[in-house]
Design a protein around this ligand. Structure first.
Ligand code: SAH
Ligand code: SF4
Ligand code: F3S
Length: 470
């Protein structure tokens, strides 16, 4: 499965923008402005892709709605990471058959990681005949030409070939937020963790050029963005595929040097590639937020090996110790899988030991879900779901206790937070984020949204902090 990166020539992206203009000329003649509904599942990478789809749609003359009845085009950007995510998507797509019956002119488009799985695309072709367009992440850049074909001819389009991953610059974006922004710095993954579908659906690692990334960040800062997250499945291997050697720490340093008052975050980091140089760079760069998401997945060396994570528990813990010695107030988070095939309860308890030693601020926890085509899906999995669930609940209980203690330690402190929106809890006006990305619900005036402000922390629970503007 040798695949190399395709850099999409600028002329090809221009051709897509021409297509947008042709579509805009068509839609301008319709009796009212057409609307599009873009629904996103999965990780930030998908959120970022949806912002590019919205960017293209806006150039085609579309406005946006959250009501599928009002939409001329529905785009569902899907995630394949666990079975539950796939089931939800299929359920929602199935229900759209009724909506489309009421609005036969509607175009229903499915994209994202699930569509890059051939067995899913086949199922859509056969059993979901109301779906007009299916495309995988590799084909996103040619969304306009596919829409143009569908608007001018009848038929269905399936564009999900297992081709080389691409990089396309110059695609317009419509961002969902005016304070926080995602910036993809690389695409794909080379790691092939035994349970994971991502390398199969997102292709091999490929890095954007530093000058393109820096230009995007500079433009965001000029627009007033305050919180910028550099995205990739494994940002620590940034640049390894480039001709001129440059690593992620060098990139961080250059982003940090961009003038302005803003925070830099990044995700995700793979422990095997997280280096002392990275930790030192984080400590030195004042705009880099004191937070690291460093997924450990499991705490037992045998399980880590079968997972193909390529590090031991002790190597992981040593990195955490090094990082804590450089940044004592570092906020740490992790992903954990419970019930990997063959993991015994005794081995699972090694994961609990890692929690006790690291004391994460928060965790993202998952029960193993077999994914077609991955090695783990073929492994013997003797443990019952009930037993896995019991272990899962032990993990949650331990983490809840740790999160609660860590959050309680904020009470009485004044923390410079980014006020990022309105609170949905009526007792508080605003939401904010600490530099370490902990959620704070804040009493104060809405005019503070989009600013860094001192917040006095008055209360806390296991999920969040509470406070007031100073
Ligand atoms: N690239 C990132 C995250 C990838 S997906 C990383 O390497 O950390 C996010 C998380 O989903 C993973 O960290 C893992 O904990 C979880 N995950 C991935 N595949 C899974 C599966 N088959 N079953 C359960 N959880 C899974
Ligand atoms: Fe999946 Fe592993 Fe790649 Fe993360 S590093 S995307 S878990 S294969
Ligand atoms: Fe899901 Fe694809 Fe992200 S599988 S987690 S949307 S990379």
């Amino acid at each position: 499965m040798e695949r190399t990166t395709t850099v999409i020539p600028q002329a090809d992206v221009e051709r897509q923008l021409d297509c947008c203009r042709k579509i805009a000329a068509l839609t301008a003649q319709w009796d009212k402005q057409p609307l599009a509904f873009v629904d996103t599942y999965g990780c930030q990478q998908n959120e970022a892709d949806s912002e590019r789809i919205r960017g293209y749609l806006a150039q085609m003359g579309f406005g946006f709605t959250d009501d599928e009845e009002q939409a001329r085009i529905i785009v569902i950007n899907t995630c394949a990471i666990r079975e539950h995510a796939e089931q939800r998507v299929l359920g929602n797509v199935g229900a759209l058959v009724h909506v489309k019956r009421r609005h036969p002119e509607q175009l229903i488009c499915l994209c994202g990681c699930m569509m890059q799985e051939q067995h899913v695309a086949d199922k859509i072709r056969q059993s979901y005949r109301h779906v007009d367009l299916v495309f995988g992440p590799h084909a996103l850049w040619k969304f306009p030409e596919m829409i143009h074909t569908l608007l001018t001819q009848r038929g269905r389009i399936f564009s999900n070939a297992d081709e080389a991953g691409s990089i396309a610059e110059g695609i317009p974006v419509v961002r969902q937020d005016s304070v926080k922004a995602w910036v993809s710095i690389m695409y794909g993954c080379n790691n092939f963790c035994a349970y994971c579908i991502v390398p199969y659906v997102r292709g091999r690692e490929r890095s954007r050029k530093p000058e393109d990334i820096l230009a995007e960040v500079r433009a965001l800062v000029a627009e007033g963005y305050k919180d910028i997250t550099l995205l990739g499945q494994n940002v620590n291997s940034y640049g390894k595929d480039m001709e001129e050697p440059m690593d992620f720490s060098d990139l961080l340093e250059q982003v940090n040097a961009i003038p302005g008052d803003f925070l830099i975050r990044f995700m995700t980091s793979h422990p095997k590639d997280a280096t002392h140089k990275l930790f030192e760079t984080m400590a030195r760069c004042e705009k880099v937020a004191p937070v690291l998401h460093l997924p450990v997945q499991a705490g037992n060396d045998r399980v880590l090996k079968v997972m193909n994570r390529r590090h031991t528990r002790e190597q992981y813990l040593e990195k955490i110790r090094d990082l804590k010695s450089l940044i004592p107030d570092i906020v740490l988070t992790s992903d954990i899988i419970v019930g990997f095939p063959g993991e015994t309860t005794e081995e699972f308890e090694d994961t609990l030991k890692v929690l006790e030693e690291v004391r994460y601020d928060a965790l993202f926890t998952f029960i193993f879900s077999p994914r077609v085509g991955t090695p783990a899906a073929k492994m013997d999995d003797p443990m019952s779901h009930q037993e896995k669930l019991a272990n899962f609940n032990r993990l949650l209980a331990l983490q809840d206790a740790i999160s609660e203690e860590k959050h309680a330690a904020y009470i009485g402190k004044t923390v410079r937070c980014l006020i990022d929106g309105e609170s949905d809890d009526a007792r508080y006006d605003l939401t904010a984020r600490t530099p370490g990305n902990r959620l704070v619900r804040v009493v104060g005036d809405k005019s503070a949204i989009g600013q860094f402000r001192d917040v006095k922390i008055t209360d806390a629970n296991k999920w969040s902090l509470f406070g007031e503007l100073v």
